[in-house]
Design a protein around this ligand. Structure first.
Ligand code: WTA
Length: 636
C-alpha cells in the first residue's frame, strides 16, 4: 500500500542551515566526543554495539542471542534468553552501590499548592516495594494490567515501578484525558486495578481526578479495585483503597519478579489513523538498554546533573525520559506539577534558578508560548546552571530554536532536538552535545540506527528533496506489538516495503542532517500531542446534532497545528455560534481539552472518494489555498 504525501500542504520552516558549535562549558562534560566515529563503529556491527550497552546493566541471567528479527511476522527480540527486571537497574543497583541517599525526584508543586519534597533512591525503592506488595495483596500478578491516572508527584513513577516490580503491565493515561477516553483505554487494556490521585493541580485549581475515574469505571467489568493517592481529606469513594493505607500495611521489601527480557513492561496508548488508540507495547530488557543509553549520550548526563523534563509520564517522553532513562542512570530529576505559566511565565526559570537545573528538556510549543510572554521573564532569573537544553515532540522552528538558545541558554548551552516516537521508545535522530547543530533539524541517526528519506517505492530521494522518513534497522527499545492487534503493528512495515515507516515527511541535507517536516498520515501534532483526526471525528459524531464530520490540522504559529472540524448537521439542527461552542465543549468532555477544535465550520457536504472515504487532504488544501493533488478518486 503506497502512501501519498501532499507536498504543498506541509509547511516547512525556513532555515539558515547555519551550524552552531559547542562551547567549552559543554565540551568539558562531553560523554561522546566523536559522534560520527561512534555512529560508524556502531553501524558496522549494531548487535555488538547494543550488547556492549546492555553489559552496563544488571541482569539475573544474560542472553544467548543478542537479537532475532523475523520480518515476515514481524517479530523482534533483543537479549534473547536473558532474565531481568527493569526496576533492579532503576533502583536496587544504586542503593547497592552506595548511592541510596542520592535524590531521585525533587517534587515542585504549583505555587500555593502542596509542599515541595524530595525522595532518595532508597526511599523510592521502599515506596515502590510497598506499593508492589499492596498490589500483590490485591491479587495482581505478572502479566496483569494496571491503569494509572495520577497527578505528577513522585508517587506516579512509584506506581509505574511497582507494577514493573511484579511483572504487571502499567498503562498510564495522561490525567488530562476525559472519562470516555480513559474508559476506552481501561477497557482495551483489560486492567484489573486503577490507581489514581484524588486531584491534580492546574493553575491554582484542583482537578477532580477521582470523579473522572468514577465516571470512567462505572460498569466496567474488568476493574476489580481502585486505589487512590489521597492528597486531600475528602472521603474515599465506596470500595476504593487509600494508597497510603495500603502501603502502611506492607513490608518495605519486595523481591523483584525474575522476568524474561521480552516481558511486557507497559502498554501506552497513542493516536493512530483510526478512532481507536493503539496500545504500544514495550518490554523490560531492550527498552531499559535503549532509553538509558540514549538518555546518557543525548544529555551528557553526569553524576552531579540536575535534570528537568517538562513531560508528564502520561506520554512516552515521560516514560522514557522522566522515569526509566534517568533512573537507570541514577540521575536527580525535577518534577514540576502544574502549568508552565502559573503564577506567571517565570515559573520554570525560577525553578531553574532555585533548583540549579543543568539539563532542561521541553517542547517547541512550550518554548513558543514562553517566548510570547517576552524576554523579561527569563532575564529576571539566574540561568547560569544550565548546560544542556532539549526539545521534543514536533519540529522546532528556527525562530523558537534561536530564542531558546539565546535567552535561556545564553549561547553557552548545547540545544539538542530529539526525534523519536511512542513506537520507537528511544531517541532515533538527534545530535549529542559535542556535535554541531542546525536550528530546525534534529540532526542525524543515532548510533546503531539507519534512517533514510525515500519515495513511495522505497528509493532514496536526492538530498534536500522531500520524501518519507523510514528506518532501516532494529533497535532495542522498539515496540514489540500493539496490544491485541498485531496486524496493526505489521502495518508499519507494509507501507514502504522493507522499511519501518514512521509516518513523517522529511528532507536530508547535503551534510546528512535530517529535517522533519510533519506527519504524512491522518495524525495531527497539536502542541506536540499526537491526536488522530478520526478520534476527534468520532467524538463529534457522538453529539446528537452531528451527522458527519471531517477534521484537519492547520499550521498554527503557537501550537504547531490547530484543529479545524467540518461538520454536517443532522436534519432539524441549525448552524449557529452557540452550537459550534457546544460541539467544541463536547470534544473537550468526550476526549480531552487538548483535542478541542479551535474552529468549526458547518458544511452541506464533505469531499469523499467513490468508496466513501473522506478526503481530508482535499479539505486541507482548500483551507490552506494549496494544490489538491490527485483527485481522480473524488466522487463528483
Ligand atoms: C513528531 C513523541 C520533529 C513526529 C516523542 C513523530 C517530531 C511524532 C520530533 C511522534 C522532533 C517528535 N522534530 N517532529 N524532534 N519529535 N516529532 O509518539 O511527527 O507522541 O512522528 O512521540 O511526533 O509523536 P509521539
Amino acid at each position: 500500500m503506497a502512501q501519498e504525501t501532499n507536498t504543498a500542504e506541509l509547511q516547512q520552516d525556513a532555515s539558515s542551515g547555519e551550524l552552531f558549535l559547542p562551547t567549552k562549558h559543554v565540551l568539558d562534560k562531553a560523554i561522546v566526543t566523536d559522534f560520527d566515529a561512534l555512529r560508524e563503529r556502531a553501524n558496522q556491527n549494531p548487535e555488538a554495539f547494543w550488547e556492549e550497552q546492555a553489559r552496563d546493566l544488571e541482569w539475573f541471567s544474560t542472553w544467548n542471542t543478542v537479537k532475532t528479527w523475523q520480518p515476515e511476522i514481524p517479530k523482534v527480540e533483543w537479549f534473547v534468553g536473558a532474565t531481568c527486571n527493569i526496576t533492579v537497574n532503576a533502583l536496587d543497583r544504586h542503593v547497592k552501590n552506595g548511592r541510596g541517599d542520592k535524590t531521585a525526584y525533587r517534587y515542585i508543586p504549583e505555587e500555593g499548592a502542596e509542599q515541595p519534597s524530595s525522595v532518595s533512591y532508597k526511599e523510592l525503592l521502599e515506596r515502590v516495594n510497598r506499593i508492589a506488595n499492596g498490589l500483590k495483596s490485591l491479587g495482581v500478578i505478572e502479566g496483569d494490567r494496571v491503569t494509572i491516572y495520577m497527578a505528577l508527584t513522585p508517587d506516579l513513577p512509584a506506581a509505574m515501578l511497582a507494577c514493573a516490580r511484579l511483572g504487571a503491565i502499567h498503562c498510564v493515561v495522561y490525567a488530562g484525558f476525559s472519562a470516555p477516553a480513559l474508559k476506552q483505554r481501561i477497557e482495551d487494556s483489560g486492567s484489573k486495578v486503577v490507581i489514581s490521585s484524588d486531584y491534580g493541580w492546574r493553575r491554582g485549581k484542583k482537578v477532580d481526578l477521582a470523579a473522572i475515574v468514577k465516571d470512567a469505571t462505572d460498569g466496567i467489568a474488568c476493574i476489580e479495585k481502585q486505589i487512590i493517592q489521597q492528597r486531600g481529606d475528602a472521603p474515599l469513594p465506596e470500595g476504593a483503597l487509600s494508597l497510603d493505607e495500603l502501603c502502611a500495611a506492607q513490608a518495605s521489601e519486595c523481591e523483584p519478579a525474575v522476568l524474561s527480557s521480552e516481558a511486557p513492561l507497559f502498554y501506552l496508548y497513542t493516536s493512530g489513523t483510526t478512532g481507536k488508540p493503539k496500545g504500544i507495547c514495550h518490554v523490560h530488557g531492550g527498552y531499559g538498554v535503549g532509553t538509558s543509553y540514549t538518555q546518557r549520550i543525548a544529555f551528557d548526563l553526569n553524576e552531579d546533573d540536575i535534570y528537568f523534563c517538562s513531560a508528564d509520564p502520561g506520554w512516552i517522553t515521560g516514560h522514557s525520559y522522566v522515569v526509566y532513562g534517568p533512573l537507570i542512570n541514577g540521575a536527580t530529576v525535577v518534577l514540576g506539577e502544574g502549568a508552565l505559566d502559573f503564577p506567571d511565565a517565570g515559573r520554570w526559570w525560577k525553578m531553574v534558578e532555585e533548583q540549579k537545573i543543568t539539563i532542561f528538556y521541553s517542547t517547541p510549543t512550550a518554548i513558543r508560548a514562553l517566548m510570547r510572554f517576552g524576554d523579561e521573564f527569563p532575564a529576571k532569573y539566574d540561568l547560569s546552571s544550565l548546560r544542556i537544553l532539549g526539545s521534543v515532540g514536533e519540529p522546532i522552528n528556527p525562530e523558537a530554536w534561536l530564542w531558546f538558545y539565546k535567552n535561556i541558554g545564553h549561547e553557552n548551552c548545547a540545544l539538542i532536538d530529539t526525534w523519536w516516537q511512542t513506537e520507537t521508545g528511544q531517541f532515533l535522530i538527534s545530535t549529542v552535545p559535542s556535535y554541531p547543530t542546525k536550528p530546525g533539524s534534529p540532526g542525524k541517526p543515532y548510533p546503531g540506527i539507519t534512517a533514510k528519506v525515500v519515495n513511495s517505492q522505497g528509493e532514496e530521494v536526492p538530498r534536500n528533496e522531500q520524501g518519507f522518513l523510514v528506518i532501516d534497522s532494529q533497535w532495542p527499545a522498539m515496540m514489540r506489538t500493539i496490544f491485541g492487534d498485531h496486524e496493526r503493528y505489521a502495518g508499519y512495515w507494509q507501507q514502504i516495503p522493507g522499511y519501518y515507516s514512521v509516518g513523517d515527511a522529511a528532507k536530508m541535507d547535503e551534510d546528512g542532517y535530517i529535517r522533519v517536516i510533519g506527519r504524512t498520515d491522518d495524525v495531527m501534532n497539536v502542541s506536540g500531542y499526537r491526536i488522530g483526526t478520526a478520534e476527534v471525528e468520532s467524538a463529534l459524531v457522538s453529539h446528537p446534532a452531528v451527522a458527519e464530520s471531517a477534521v484537519i490540522g492547520k499550521p498554527d504559529p503557537l501550537k504547531g497545528e490547530s484543529i479545524k472540524a467540518f461538520v454536517i448537521l443532522r436534519v432539524g439542527f441549525e448552524a449557529s455560534d452557540d452550537l459550534a461552542a457546544a460541539l467544541k465543549k463536547h470534544v473537550r468532555v468526550e476526549l480531552s481539552p487538548i483535542a478541542m477544535p479551535g474552529e468549526i465550520e458547518f458544511v452541506p457536504s464533505l469531499p469523499k472518494t467513490r468508496s466513501g472515504k473522506i478526503m481530508r487532504r482535499v479539505l486541507k488544501a482548500k483551507e490552506l489555498g494549496t494544490a489538491t493533488g490527485d483527485i481522480s478518486t473524488l466522487e463528483d
